[in-house]
Ligand binder design. Sequence first.
Ligand code: MTE
Ligand code: MO
Length: 443
Amino acid sequence: MKRLSHDTKTRGIHELYAEDPEAADRKLWGREIDPLTRRGFLKRSSLLAMAAAVGGAIPFADRMPGGLIPAALAQSDDPFTLEGKEGLTVLNDRPINAETPAHLLDDDITPAKYMFVRNNGIPPELQNINADTWELEVAGESCKNPQTFTIADLKKRFEHHTLQLQVECGGNGRSEYVPSASGNQWTTGAVACPTFTGVRLRDVLEACGIKKDAVYIGYYGADRHASGNPNKEAISRGVPMAKALEDESLIAWAMNDDDIPYLNGYPLRVVCSGWPGSVSGKWLKRIVIRNQKHDGAKMAPPSYSVPKHPVAPGSIVPDEDFVTIESMPVKSLVTFPRSGGEQAQGEGMTVRGHAWAGDLEVEEVHVSIDFGTTWQKADLKAPPNRLAWQRWTTTVTFPEPGYYEVWARATDTKGRSQPMVVPGWNPKGYLNNACHRIAVQVV
Ligand SMILES: Nc1nc2c(c(=O)[nH]1)N[C@H]1C(S)=C(S)[C@@H](COP(=O)(O)O)O[C@H]1N2
Ligand SMILES: [Mo]
């Protein structure tokens, strides 16, 4: 496809539209556009605006669903916003996916508006959600006494727990893989660490009776498959019993002492922190206790799976050579200062961020201002509770004016550090825990 630059293409085409709209259509779209088709989805002016914005003609413009944000725009800095999620970068609107710029993740506890959104399907309509009548069913072949709970029942029958828990999408960092992997092109912002309040998943499962042969749990949410097919789930994942029974695995109705935001699973969700975010089911309707590995949507390879052994970039990996991702790897973010800022030479500059390590704790964080040649150790706080991210802080001083990068590298309690380059390529682009870096101009 020919790509034309903004100015030459669009300036000319505006004039042509004024004179001869059909000729302009042929030029812009490569053919006549049926006015009826066109009227059905977009006005000519917005088509033009869109073509100008993406930098060229859109040959299949008449097949673009109404309201679709072209990916070329969604991935730019243009301010598309989601209600209640101002400041997030929208990657896709069908389904909605949005990530958080690193500097907006600077709070110890992620504010609700800055929690990323990762939707696999069509969320239930907000006006059809009634938290007072919402029911959670617990069943499955390895459940002794299947039961249904309202949220009020959960609140009344079980002990409440509030924990700060990190949630990171398994595909966070995907955009850096070469060759590129299909899926949302997350950069660094598909991670958050708010507090969640709810009951222990364990307490609820035990109240319903766990049979001896139980090996896995699976969740079902109220969202629908992107195709709209009511017999297909968008996603239905789960975890082995040992993870489900951990103290920190929750069925939560609150985030940061408020209702869970609609796009993050209101009114009820699972939180199994430290594993790919996909195990933390939103809009939770049903939990099944399974006598086999759960086989819901997106449990089978290549979803949330990586090759058992390293593969060459671009390889085709047979299903039997994949393993399901469990704990996420050690990782960190520089959340202050914002990348691209200026700093006076000779003055110490505070640098800080967070570090986390899946099921483990972070032992050390180091920072480099010379592209990884030397490293200084940062101060690192203990997590407020297991599976919360940890605050790190340090002060760096730049020897002379010029362009610098600040790199951060965390190490977990098993001695594993973040790689400085993108780690092992895998077909779906999961688990990129390469060091985060920011740019600083020293003047
Ligand atoms: N019901 C349901 N639960 C879901 C999803 C979904 O699409 N539907 N997405 C999963 C994925 S892939 C991730 S990374 C997390 C993201 O949680 P968030 O959107 O609240 O940030 O939710 C998980 N739970
Ligand atoms: Mo995810």
